[in-house]
Ligand binder design. Sequence first.
Ligand code: NAD
Length: 178
Amino acid sequence: MIGRYQPFHKGHLEVIKNILKEVDDLIIGIGSAQVSHTLDNPFTAGERMTMISNALKEEGLAERCCYIIPIPDVWNNALWVNHVKSLTPHFDAAYTGNVLALRLLREGGIDARIQPLFDRAKYSGTEIRRRMLKGEDWESLVPPAVVKVVKSIKGVERLKDITKSDKITYLEPGDASP
Ligand code: NAD
């Protein structure tokens, strides 16, 4: 299953549970692994890996999802499927709801499958990041383990700083620093 997981939320977890009804073991690919500290992609690949790993342990699913692999994007879409294959152990099927990823996987001869979306209006990275910025409840949309990781890295403060950074570039001594 490939995704950006910015952040990992209960919709992702639900999909994983459904996929595990169809397969023996699941490899989780963390896409856009090179991107972090942006509004759409605030968390690093390492932070996302910790979120997913801790959430899976919390759910007793870690043993069946034993590979969590960061996958940086490549500049050439036609090369992406081979790039993914080069970074992962062998897989028999791939799961994604992303239109481009689905097309590329199928054109690459992969058995690419779609899982139903779970309350997408709420369980979406965009909505969670919006709530983080607005000071609204985001905690109920992610597994408890993810709340802990986001708090431990001061993730909400990071996101708020990123929105400011196109207006304020430099801090003075005494200004609030990260
Ligand atoms: P995402 O985190 O938004 O979603 C991950 C998966 O979870 C998706 O398949 C989606 O269907 C599912 N999902 C999300 N919300 C859900 C919900 N509420 N209920 C059920 N399922 C839900 O990640 P994404 O954007 O789909 O990730 C695709 C990745 O593939 C990106 O990192 C992208 O850059 C990468 N990619 C890279 C290239 C390239 O490098 N050239 C090409 C294609 C794709």
